[in-house]
Write a protein that binds this ligand. Structure first.
Ligand code: GLN
Length: 237
């Protein structure tokens, strides 16, 4: 990020994909950057508008099958997000948004729908809806903390050799194979809502540090109380 400009946080398609408060991920990143004196510009890109390729951190959320298919079609045609990620921008993709980042996902009747291929994953409809709280141990390469969040999806996701699992599930379904989410380069995908970055401020800081470099510590008391409460509710004592 050039020192004379603000950190550009881009929220993709608030009109199509933003279930369970996923848009809160923008607010968390914005607040955690500002607390450290980093100026922020938030950009909300509706599905009728082009995705700028000059952002620093991109966010996309979850949604129903039909808006998910529409979003995938538009992103495939637009290519702004793909250009930004290839240039080195960071991306957090949640649930439907996560599936879209793969090569293929399951549509309304389970039919294969083409994704945009930013992650080496394939999703399809699973045997049953995965709904409820999830807790998972995070990949040591990303700090090895606990991941906490809420999931609600039909899809299951198979990870290819080009990605690493984000975490190993302790409670919940995630990808459906004992792992939850994945990461590759500066792209992170997860099934988790909550919103994910309010539940997992360490993940917000991973994204911020990819964009701006090392970060000063800030008071995480409020976040930690929320995390502890949710983890205590689901983890075996
Ligand atoms: N439609 C997708 C699925 O059911 C994503 C759901 C979501 O984003 N909550 O797997």
């Amino acid at each position: 990020m050039p020192s004379d400009s603000a950190l550009r946080i881009v929220w993709i398609y608030p009109d199509l994909l933003s279930t369970y408060g996923d848009q809160g991920n923008v607010l968390i990143l914005d607040q955690r950057a500002r607390k450290r004196g980093i100026p922020v510009q938030t950009i909300y890109v509706r599905s009728s508008d082009p995705v700028p390729d000059s952002g620093d951190i991109y966010l996309i959320g979850g949604g129903e099958d039909r808006p998910q298919i529409l979003a995938a079609e538009r992103l495939r045609r637009d290519t702004g997000l793909q250009r930004a990620v290839h240039r080195g921008a960071a991306l957090l993709a949640v649930c439907a948004g996560y599936q879209i980042m793969g090569t293929v996902f399951g549509g309304e009747e389970g039919q294969p729908v083409q994704g945009i291929g930013l992650l080496d994953i394939e999703s399809s409809r699973g045997p049953a809806r995965a709904v409820g709280e999830l807790a998972a141990e995070v990949d040591a390469g990303l700090g090895g903390q606990m991941l906490t969040g809420f999931e609600n999806h039909m899809g299951v996701t198979r990870l290819g050799p080009g990605v690493r699992p984000l975490s190993r599930t302790v409670v919940g379904t995630g990808n459906g194979d004992g792992t939850e989410g994945c990461h590759a380069g500066k792209v992170v995908g997860t099934y988790l809502h909550g919103p994910a970055l309010a539940r997992n401020p360490w993940l917000a800081d991973v994204l911020l540090s990819w964009a701006v470099g090392p970060l000063a510590p800030i008071d995480d008391g409020w976040y930690n109380r929320l995390r502890d409460e949710r983890l205590r509710a689901v983890l075996p004592a």
